[in-house]
Write a protein that binds this ligand. Structure first.
Ligand code: IMP
Ligand code: MG
Length: 182
């Protein structure tokens, strides 16, 4: 098992599996709405997935504009949670097809907020691509249009995703299972 920063990391989805899913998702995306396509990566967790998926979109002939939005959730536990914009996109979305890219769809709050925001700004159509779907954790009525993998209810790291600012650089998705021996 890989040891990173003194921790055992059990791989859940390998770099090869992810690359294959990205190619397949890109073909599906190309078959959907792509008029004046604007791709928006939701930072920070999606940055590696977005970089790979965008290049896979190029390979199937798409020429998207690429933007970034940073969103943050606030409120904890039983307090009602909200989402706020930390850093907004610069581009206009009116009458454009928009593809939102995120790492994980969990409660659905983040992506529901983003989707509604873009429709309010006049997007023609908004679709969602996520690497991982933790569907058992869903709180909102929202599904992704393109899903890499159904994800078991573990806290995962790697391929852009962190725990306490660590492990984003791993080329695979894994689970921290404990301290390495010695
Ligand atoms: P939600 O769908 O609004 O609950 O937000 C999901 C977001 O929570 C994702 O975009 C991630 O940033 C973060 N997140 C959820 N589960 C994990 C995990 O297992 N590892 C790392 N980040 C996670
Ligand atoms: Mg996120």
């Amino acid at each position: 098992m890989p040891v990173v920063r003194g921790k055992n990391i059990e791989p859940l989805f390998t770099a090869e599996q992810i690359a294959e899913r990205n190619r397949s998702m890109a073909s599906d995306i190309a078959a959907g709405p792509t008029k004046d396509l604007l791709v928006i990566a939701v930072l920070k967790g999606s940055f590696i997935f977005a970089a790979d998926l965008i290049r896979a979109l190029h390979d199937v002939g798409l020429e998207p504009e690429v933007e970034f939005i940073t969103l943050s959730s606030y409120g904890t536990g039983t307090v009602s949670k909200g989402v706020r914009i930390v850093k907004d996109i610069d581009s206009a979305v009116k009458d454009r097809d928009v593809l939102l890219i995120d790492d994980i769809l969990e409660s659905g709050r983040t992506l529901l907020f983003a989707k509604e925001l873009l429709y309010e700004r006049g997007a023609r159509n908004v679709t969602i691509a996520v690497l991982l779907d933790k569907s058992v954790k869903r709180q909102e009525k929202l599904e992704a249009d393109y899903v890499g993998f159904e994800c078991p209810d573990y806290f995962v790291v790697g391929y852009g995703m962190d725990v306490a600012y660590a492990f984003r650089e791993l080329p695979f998705v894994g689970v921290v299972t404990g301290e390495a021996e010695g």
